[in-house]
Design a protein around this ligand. Structure first.
Ligand code: CO
Length: 215
């Protein structure tokens, strides 16, 4: 109960602090939301992307699930995507993975975890598809990091294949797709692939080992 109480106390003191500096802060944001970003991230509690990127309420539309999946049969993420692209007209759709992702780790092992195994099946498939590359990474820690990155790239590719993104691109519209990884050791976001704006670039996603930052 102490922890829960702390949430309400923090909430009141943060609101008091913010409104003292800017009395209209919340009132201004209560109207229409016009976010520039959709973030698809992992549910992991160590990944507070909104806090660490300094976005204000109304700037980032967010969907989070275990291991930041964008699965073609997941009505939840597809609905979020459709609303973000077709109604909110977000410019940037970002998939953000993170190192030390428990979901990715679970998918790399042989142990069964019950229901969540179904959710993680796509990552197992990614591991299998990239077996050649992964087997050549001697360090198990580096291999783990690489699977985190490959998982992000695959989810960006998955997004590119959705009817929502295909439809937008065919009309010459945004969004731009981006793949990022968050390093929980130092708090920094690293771009893996940026500005995927069409099918040619999307096709390269699963073949290019690493995209350059300035891309
Ligand atoms: Co995770």
């Amino acid at each position: 109960m102490e922890n829960l109480k702390r949430l309400f106390e923090n909430n009141r003191s943060i609101v008091a602090e913010v409104t003292q500096a800017d009395p209209e802060y919340f009132a201004r944001r209560a109207g229409k939301q016009e976010p520039h970003f959709l973030l698809i991230g992992c549910a992991d509690s160590r990944v507070p992307i909104e806090t660490l990127t300094g976005v204000a309420p109304g700037e980032m539309f967010v969907h989070r699930n275990i291991a930041n999946q964008a699965l073609s049969a997941d009505i939840n993420v597809l609905s979020v995507l459709q609303y973000a692209v077709e109604v909110l007209d977000v410019k940037h759709v970002m998939v953000c993975g993170h190192y030390q992702c428990g979901g990715v780790k679970a998918a790399m092992g042989d142990q069964s975890y019950g229901l969540v195994d179904y959710w993680l099946a796509g990552i197992r498939d990614t591991v299998r598809r990239h077996d050649f590359e992964l087997q050549r990474i001697a360090s198990s820690e580096e291999r783990f990091k690489r699977v985190v990155e490959l998982n992000v790239l695959r989810q960006v590719y998955n997004l590119s294949r959705t009817p929502v993104v295909q439809g937008a691109w065919s009309r010459g519209r945004r969004p731009l797709l981006h793949g990022l990884v968050y390093d929980i050791h130092d708090g920094l976001l690293k771009p893996l692939v940026l500005q995927v704006d069409g099918n040619d670039k999307a096709r390269e996603l699963l073949e290019t080992p690493r995209a350059s930052i300035g891309d």
